[in-house]
Design a protein around this ligand. Structure first.
Ligand code: LMR
Length: 394
């Protein structure tokens, strides 16, 4: 049997992690995988997470199964964190999933069950795993223009022109905030135009929100999701706690489905639980319990928000430092977009050869499409990156 298997192409983000590990140059800089690192290059366990784990350890008296949808308290706190009361609670069904990727996967499966043959419109570029999961599930993806590499901003005209090809029942995958891989985001006026287009044609939005709190703050980052959810008949939302709670390896995500009414919400809830049962049965609980322990405790919530804000501001500071260093070295404003981008990533917009030059000559690792993880920098490495960018002729 196994002789029938073919080698799978390497995931380009994960392959880069291996290349970086194998490089023994002491001054190497990792701007690859999307993991937050502090100024010392460490991905710390957040203080509130440590405290929540201690509380769980002291009080938890069973590890018996929760439910197929996970612990309802976790769903409640996450629905309120993401949707903030924008839609009636009983229109929202939700299941805990293994990470944000698990939520994305279950969302695609639900789409396929509900509308076999539905096309999923995805931004060009998008997180590569969106495309590979769709392909693996035999679902059709249709790219829509998104990034303008000349300005470093969103090609909104191109995007709207491509969304002109939508048909009723199609799904449009949107990034709720902190677009991965580009860092370029729609403003609220643009979101309203996208919503109008979706409603005009009867297409369904699916929002992937993996970086809430990393852009402009917890509520600002959720503003688009809330606007969409309250303006369309139905939508899907895949949320991740990996980044904003720093619990990457705990695999903590939530898939939410907003239905038109309570009755449809109930049927959707049953289907989501069914999908969990088929794919992995009960979702992991430890990360979800950390999140619910924090968000049901005022002091822990305050501690978590303070630390998340420190993380957000540190990335913003690095963006500003990099943009101003590049302005100084290049004598132009052409890298100003780096300070405008939000979240963990920015797409530099250079060629894959230039990315390779940065790796070969400067030991700087970014994804081949020139996506860099801003959190992989610190105050001392920003000038080195800026100089390398200019030296590489970017
Ligand atoms: C990334 O885009 O780097 C992260 O979301 C990690 C991953 O799984 O790819």
């Amino acid at each position: 049997m196994f002789q029938n298997l073919k080698e799978q192409p390497a995931d380009k983000i994960l392959a880069l992690m291996d290349l970086y590990k194998a490089d023994d140059r002491p001054n190497k800089i990792d701007l690859g995988v999307g993991v937050y690192k502090n100024a010392e290059g460490i991905t710390p366990v957040m203080r509130a997470v440590k405290a929540a784990e201690q509380k769980i350890w002291e009080t938890q008296d069973s590890k018996a199964y929760t439910g197929l949808a996970g612990d309802p308290v976790y769903s409640d706190v996450m629905i309120s964190l993401v949707l903030g009361g924008a839609v009636p609670r009983d229109h929202v069904s939700a299941v805990a999933t293994p990470g944000g990727t698990g939520a994305v996967r279950q969302a695609f499966e639900l789409i396929k069950m509900a509308t076999p043959g539905a096309r999923v419109f995805v931004s060009d570029p998008t997180w590569p795993n969106h495309l590979t999961i769709l392909k693996y599930l035999g679902m059709e993806s249709v790219p829509y223009r998104y990034f303008d590499s000349n300005t470093g901003g969103v090609d909104f005209d191109g995007m709207m022109a491509d969304l002109g090809g939508l048909k009723a029942g199609d799904v449009v995958l949107l990034h709720g905030c902190c677009h991965n891989p580009t860092g370029a985001n729609l403003n609220l006026t643009e979101w309203k135009q996208v919503i109008a287009r979706l409603n005009e044609v009867g297409a369904v939005p699916m929002i992937d929100i993996a970086y809430q709190g990393f852009g402009d703050g917890l509520d600002d980052d959720a503003a688009a999701v809330r606007l969409v959810a309250s303006s369309v008949p139905e939508c899907l939302i895949a949320a991740s706690c990996s980044k904003n709670f720093g619990i990457y390896r705990e695999r903590t995500g939530l898939l939410m489905a907003v239905a038109q009414d309570k009755a449809l919400g109930k049927v959707t809830q049953g289907n989501l639980a069914f999908l969990n049962r088929q794919n992995f049965s009960f979702p992991p609980d430890h990360g979800a319990r950390i999140v619910s322990t924090i968000l049901t405790d005022e002091a822990l919530t305050a501690e978590w928000k303070t630390e998340l804000e420190e993380v957000r501001l540190s990335m913003l500071g690095l963006r500003e430092q990099l943009a101003s260093e590049l302005q100084r070295l290049s004598g132009s404003d052409r890298f100003g977009f780096l300070a405008q981008h939000r979240g963990m990533f920015s797409r530099l917009g250079c060629s894959s050869e230039q990315v390779e030059t940065l790796r070969r000559d400067h030991a700087i690792y970014m994804v081949g499409d020139s996506r860099m993880n801003i959190a992989g920098l610190n105050k001392a490495t920003v000038p080195l990156l800026a100089k390398a960018i200019i030296d590489a002729g970017i």
